[in-house]
Structure formats: C-alpha cells, structure tokens
Design a protein around this ligand. Sequence first.
Ligand code: GLA
Length: 383
Amino acid sequence: MNTELVHKVTQAFQEKFGSEPLIISSPGRINIIGEHTDYNEGFVFPAAIDKGIIAAIGKSSSPNCTAFALDAQETYEFALDAIEPITNGNWKNFVVGVVGELQKKGIVVQPFDVVFAGDLPKGAGLSSSAALENSIVFGLNELFQLNLTKHEMIAISQKAEHNYVGVRCGIMDQYASMFGVEDSALLLDCRAQESKSYKLDFKEYGIMLINTNVSHNLVDAEYNDRRHVCEKVANLLKIDFLRDATEEGLKAIEDQLTPVEYQKALYVLQENERVLNSGKAIENDDLDALGQLLFEAHDGAQHQFKISCPELDFLVEQAKMHPQVKGARMMGGGFGGCTINIVHRDAMDSYATDISEKYLKTYGKHCSIYKVKLSQGTHLIQN
Ligand code: GLA
C-alpha cells in the first residue's frame, strides 16, 4: 500500500471538509491472458496490483456532494437530484455514474464528499477507471451501510462505465479490482462471475510490464466495434454469447461473414482456450507452455482481433528474440498501453535497459518499465 498517498489524500480531505473520512484502497489490475473474452462471457486471468486509487470519503454537511481529484486539482460539486452523464466529463463520469446507477436501483444516496488520488500511470491499460468506480461504490456502501455484496458493487461500477463513460466493457477490470487476492491471479469465468485463485510463483522468473506510452482510449469506437462484431456473429449462430460457439459452428456460417469478422470471432474462441490452458500450465509449473500461450495470444490480438499497434508488436518481437523472456503479449483493451512479459529475474534490469534504448531509437519516445506486486482487492484501510 502506498502510505504516502494515503496520508496525502487523508490530509486533503481533512483540510477541505474538516472531518474524518473513511479511507478506501482500490487497486488497478494486470491480466495474465484473455483479452476481449469477458464480454463474450468467456474466461480471463487478471490480478489486482499494488497500485491504484486511494479515496477518502465522508458524509457531507451541505445538501450537495463535492468530489476533489487531487492529482488533477479539480473540484466538482453536484446535486443528487440531477445526476446525468457529463460530456467530456472525464473522471467526473466515474463518480456520478456510480451514484446514478445506485439511484437507478432505488438506493437513496445521501450527500457525501470524496477526495481521491492514484499511483497508476495514466492510459497504461491498468484499469484506473475500474479502481476509481470501485472505490466510490465501496466507499458509499460503507458510509451509508447499503449492504451491497461485492458482486452487486461491481455490477454498479460496470454500468457506470457503460452508461456514463460510454464504454461497453466486460466485467474483468471491476472484478479483478474488487476481488483481488494477494500474490495471486484469478482465473475468472465471466458467465458465472466466479474465480479460482492461483498463487503465482514463477520462481526465478517474474512479471515485468513495459508501457508503450501510447495512450489507449477505450471510448475510441474501436472497443465498442469489437463487441459489436462478436454480438453479430453470436446472433448468426443463434446463441447469446460467443462463449457457446464452436469452431465447427463458426465454420458453418463462414460465408455469411467477412474474413475479418470470421477471424475476430475465431480469435475469441481460441483465446478462451488459451486462458484455460494457461491455468493448466500454471498448475503443472510449466512456464514454457505459459510463455508460448502468451506469444500466441499476442499473435491473435495483432492479426485476428486487430487490437494491437506497432509499438506493442515491436515490444513483443523483441521479447521473442530474448532467451530469458518466456512470453510476452499486449495487455488490456489494446491500441496502446503495456505489454506483460515473463522475464528471468537476473535479466530484468539488463532487459529493461536494452529494450528502453531500442524503443527510444525506433520510436523517438520513451517506454516505461513497471514491476508490480499482486495484491488484495478493494478494501477499507482506515475508519
Ligand atoms: C478493457 C475492458 C475489459 C476487457 C479488456 C479487454 O480493459 O474494460 O472489460 O474487455 O479491455 O480484455
């Protein structure tokens, strides 16, 4: 936990509102494997990390709510009887979105104040949005004793993203942030919304993230477009979600699809298989197999689902050539953000230096390297 951040956020709340807040820690996430499978009710393998959002929340003495984004130094005051999506509202939509979705469920939210800040790099695809949504819904649940279950809370967070932010995301990010388990990744069945936690111990290998610093923008129609293609194919197959499709079934309707649509649907089927096989590889301590699955996943994301970008492809190509990297792939929604790499611990520093130089030389900009610790999910850290 970032104690400095906790201190900063608590102090800012006390100064601004003159009372003692509840403090919530809500993590970002990585994903070992399984992209764009969550909204197809398939499988993903995320983990909460030791970076995220710290929120200080308390009852307001005024009739309105005040939200203060400490990093951006922006304040937003709003009335509870006029909650609506805000055009170009940025972080504000995550806050009012959660409130609006709670109200839609008939839950009465009383006036509250919140201050938040984070230590997740912006636009890196580490789910700062889910972390923020979860911190707000979790904080309100504690503050007003709403008795919501964690599953109910993540559904609220996800709907806030759909209806206020405009991204029709799946459940992976909110689930991982809320349910994260220390030192573990969660093999999540997105249909049942149940996960099995796997303690990740790669012994002499570790996870290294490399951020392209190409900022992905999920609202960018591309994400919703991928979801639309999946829904179209599912419709043609007369099933609700691609989770239930088979390669034979897909083959049978190939002539009704463009080659691009066919490949996208096929990717989803294959990616689901890869997630399940990754679980087996980890159970068998078979890091070679896991690494290979990561490379294959990237290949599918690049050529079939078409959600990569040259910078991500470059980083994965470099990883393939390095004898001490077991596997690598782009991570998250795509079009930028980070690659996840399984690298020998002895080689991490030299690989970081080497890749940074090559990246700078090729693209004229810097990449960033992060080592993360797998952590527990959204929780109250101070009363
Ligand atoms: C974003 C979405 C998730 C998921 C990933 C891709 O992070 O929020 O729901 O679809 O992209 O796997």
